[in-house]
Design a protein around this ligand. Structure first.
Ligand SMILES: Cc1ncc(COP(=O)(O)O)c(C=O)c1O
Length: 389
């Protein structure tokens, strides 16, 4: 018998990137179940229950629909289901994911105004209100609740309130928020909330979840973009019967079911509080080691922390040192801020002991890098990136 070994398959690297996140054994076990008929009574009963769990986790009486897919698929799904070519939208951009969501809307020919702030700063409700007042007829505002690239949480309830005052739809990218940060779909008046399975939902990548409220359904009725796979009407019609329009990714659905049961058992508010405690612990620890946060500390995220590498050291060097010296995977920034921020994920199936190990690994690696690097004049680093705290 030939033994197949790949260093990737055999990797024992500990994941502390901001998604995919570690998958708990309960979820792994659930995904190992044998396949069942996706058109049979067993699946129907299972799926109706799963959709109920998903609605509760989103705090909505509206629909939550699930597709094979990812967060980016959610962006496209929103565009083709809510709009017609030329519709006006306001895309808020405070990092790479907001930038990419805006790009998808532009690709499809929407009339997109970007409200962009320096990366590391939050979108404010005041700025959103002003932008909407300047441009009557805006149909929707796109907002990343948690901008993973800068490790920043936008003040979503306040933004949503302003958007609704202006009669526009609130479309939320909650990919790195849902399941980890407080999320009140109905109480905050969110019209669409999209997320992927691979972050605080504690599952492998591969599922797109979308909460869709009544105002979004009304907009969907008149939206004229062609669509097939992502069509909300077809998905809802099937979901009402406990079915899916196409063959569902059964193993992932089994996993999501187990994960949502774990969250429900912990109590979702307790889950949110655990994330808040971990976020605080990580920030206090890093600041205590003399490191500085990348985003405005008032909006620092509780699912991912972004910190600046020491002066003269690139974020990618910190990531490499922590991986090589401790076998822990972190992530550097994206785009223009690739070497200005190191990102440490703490969402989903994570608790204090493993975060403390990661923090010690970061501390040791940073000290090692600093000892190994000649000092660099401050003026040569971080050019163009605004500093906070
Ligand atoms: C906030 C946010 N939106 C969208 C995405 C894109 O999701 P995916 O890579 O699953 O398509 C990500 C991925 O990390 C994200 O963090």
């Amino acid at each position: 018998m030939v033994e197949v070994r790949s260093k990737h398959v055999m990797s024992r690297e500990t994941l502390r990137i901001p998604g995919p996140t570690p998958v708990p054994p309960e979820v792994v076990a659930a995904m190992g179940r044998e396949m069942i008929s996706h058109r049979g009574a067993e699946f129907r009963a299972f799926y109706l229950e799963l959709l109920g769990l998903a609605r509760r986790a989103h705090r909505t009486e509206g629909d939550v629909l699930i597709w094979p897919g990812s967060g980016s698929a959610g962006w496209e799904s929103v565009v083709v289901n809510l709009f017609s070519p030329g519709d006006q939208v306001l895309a808020t951009v405070c990092g790479d994911f907001g930038h990419r969501f805006a790009g998808v809307a532009e690709t499809f020919g929407l009339d997109v105004e970007r409200l962009e702030v320096p990366w590391g700063r939050a979108i404010t409700p005041g700025a959103v209100g002003e932008a909407l007042a300047r441009r009557p007829g805006t149909k929707a505002v796109l907002v990343a609740y948690n901008e993973t690239s800068t490790a920043l949480t936008n003040p979503l309830p306040e933004i949503a309130a302003v958007v609704r005052e202006h009669g526009a739809l609130v479309v939320v990218d909650a990919v790195s928020a849902a399941g980890g940060l407080p999320l009140e779909t109905d109480a905050w008046g969110l019209d669409v909330v999209l997320s992927g399975s691979q972050k605080a939902w504690m599952c492998p990548p591969g599922l797109l979840l979308m909460a869709i409220g009544p105002r979004a359904w009304a907009a969907h009725e008149t939206a004229r973009f062609p669509r097939f796979f992502w069509d909300w009407t077809a998905a809802r019609r099937q979901a009402e019967q406990g079915m899916t329009p196409t063959t569902p990714p059964l193993s992932l659905l089994f996993g999501l079911d187990a994960a949502l049961r774990m969250i429900s058992q912990e109590g979702i508010e307790v889950t949110w509080a655990r994330h808040a405690t971990l976020g605080e612990l990580v920030r206090v620890d890093l600041l205590g080691r003399g490191l500085r946060l990348f985003p405005d500390p008032d909006y620092a995220s509780n699912t991912v922390t972004g910190f600046r590498p020491p002066e003269g050291i690139a974020a990618r060097a910190v990531v490499a040192a922590v991986r090589e010296r401790h076998g822990i995977a972190l992530e550097a920034g994206k785009g223009a801020i690739v070497d200005s921020v190191v990102r440490l994920g703490h969402m989903g199936w994570v608790h204090e002991p493993e975060m403390r190990l990661a923090l010690d690994a970061i501390g040791e690696s940073v000290e090692w890098l600093v000892a190994a690097s000649p000092p660099v004049p401050a003026a040569t680093t971080g050019a163009g990136i605004r500093e906070f705290g």
